[in-house]
Design a protein around this ligand. Structure first.
Ligand SMILES: Cc1cc2nc3c(=O)[nH]c(=O)nc-3n(C[C@H](O)[C@H](O)[C@H](O)COP(=O)(O)OP(=O)(O)OC[C@H]3O[C@@H](n4cnc5c(N)ncnc54)[C@H](O)[C@@H]3O)c2cc1C
Length: 382
């Protein structure tokens, strides 16, 4: 006999799983069980830079980014708990002519969609970011509504609100198999017992492809180790915006407590799920910090850690239902933007599961796009 039963089982207690579980319960699903093999927020979410932006280069991502800003700005009120939102803006830094041209094209697109971003001069950039030194940069763009939130507070706020709506959280419980009968999800097998359900939502982050493989769905996905580090606190106002550069390969920001957090992409994007930190990153990022923010020259690095980017062939997420297994839904492969998109994708996945349609189109994010050659090429990803 089954240990439990549920209307929907959500696999993974990161921000995507918690936001989806909350939205499912909000839409009236009575019995939602979320299963997390470790503690809530122990995966990529608790290891991320938590940047939020609408400065994208495709219409789809601009619309998602804008929708997320709208939700984030009211999330504390909606969930009844602070999410640590800090809208210091994103200051994009271009070092190459072609890069600056692309940023300017992005701004044109963003403005046409109602995003009030723009090109700023070097002087304006130095006013927005008083600690910045970027005399070698060719141009800058800025959007004030961008910024960052606290990934732990955001995820815990979704979890607490979901619990109030009746969602059950099973922590330190690992999903080991999924039973399918006549092309439909039947049972989720865990190391504690079996749960009967007709609907599973896979939000397993860096293990998304492993959970998909449990229903014989082979996805062209891999996980990548990304390092990030934090300094001791310095006086506030050194770096209020998130600084980001694609050719410079960095992102960094000052947290409300004065610490500076920053990271970059590993050279060559090796497929690597190892969570150990690398000395090469420490060396590289320290020189980026001190060059960009001379004020950081004598400050100490407090900690370095790593998390997983879950990567699809076009660095865009996979959303939708499996073609060959009814009731198996997917929300993963978020690359470096799964934290910021959670408020909207959590809502859209809950709509898809309960109503079969969504307020914003997501069909183009189905995994069938890879076989059809319909990749979504986003010029503004790290
Ligand atoms: C260094 C770094 C910086 C980043 N910066 C940003 C940023 O600035 N902005 C942004 O938007 N995104 C950023 N990201 C990306 C972001 O962290 C992820 O896209 C997002 O957190 C994914 O959320 P998730 O809930 O899908 O996954 P996760 O948070 O990884 O949650 C998935 C959970 O599933 C659990 N799980 C897996 N398999 C099983 C199983 N079999 N049974 C039970 N539980 C299971 C895991 O333990 C994990 O807790 C960054 C990522 C990294 C690593």
């Amino acid at each position: 006999m089954a240990w439990k039963n549920a209307d929907v089982v959500v696999i993974g207690g990161g921000v995507q799983g918690c936001a989806s579980a909350y939205n499912l319960a909000k839409l009236g699903v009575k019995k939602v069980i979320l299963i997390e093999k470790n503690s809530i927020c122990s995966g990529s979410t608790g290891r991320c830079g938590a940047g939020i932006r609408a400065q994208w280069g495709t219409e789809m991502n601009c619309r998602f980014g804008l929708a997320c800003l709208d939700i984030f700005e009211n999330l504390e009120e909606e969930l009844g708990m602070s999410v640590g939102l800090n809208q210091g803006g994103y200051l994009m830094v271009a070092y190459k002519e072609s890069e600056f041209d692309q940023l300017k094209a992005n701004i044109k697109l963003q403005n046409s969609l109602g995003i009030r971003s723009g090109v700023v001069t070097r002087e304006e950039a130095y006013t927005i970011c008083p600690g910045l030194s970027a005399d070698d940069a060719l141009g800058f763009t800025f959007h004030q509504r961008d910024g960052h939130a606290d990934p732990f507070l955001t995820t815990f706020a979704y979890m607490e609100a979901a619990k109030r709506l009746g969602v059950e959280f099973l922590k330190f419980t690992e999903v080991t198999a999924i039973k399918v009968e006549k092309g439909r999800v039947k049972t989720v097998v865990t190391d504690k017992g079996e749960i009967d359900t007709a609907v599973v939502l896979n939000t397993a982050g860096g293990f998304f492809q492993d959970v998909a493989a449990m229903v014989d769905l082979e996805l062209p996905i891999h996980s990548e180790n990304h390092d990030i580090m934090v300094t001791e606190p310095v006086e506030p106002g050194v770096c209020p915006p998130m600084l980001m550069s694609f050719s410079g390969n960095y992102y960094l920001q000052q947290r409300p407590d004065g610490t500076i957090v920053g990271g970059c992409s590993p050279i060559g994007h090796p497929m690597d799920s190892d969570l150990r930190s690398r000395f090469a990153f420490l060396e590289h990022m320290s020189s980026v910090f001190t060059k960009l923010l001379p004020r950081a020259k004598d400050i100490r690095i407090v900690r370095q850690w790593a998390g997983l980017y879950n990567m699809s062939p076009d660095c865009q997420p996979i959303l939708g239902e499996a073609e060959h297994v009814k009731g198996f839904f997917l929300s993963g492969a978020y690359s470096g933007h799964g934290f910021m998109f959670a408020p909207i994708t959590g809502k859209l996945m809950a709509q898809l599961i309960t109503r079969g349609n969504t307020d914003m189109p997501i069909h183009m994010l189905h995994y069938r796009r890879f076989a059809e050659g319909k990749l979504i090429i986003e010029p503004a990803v790290v």
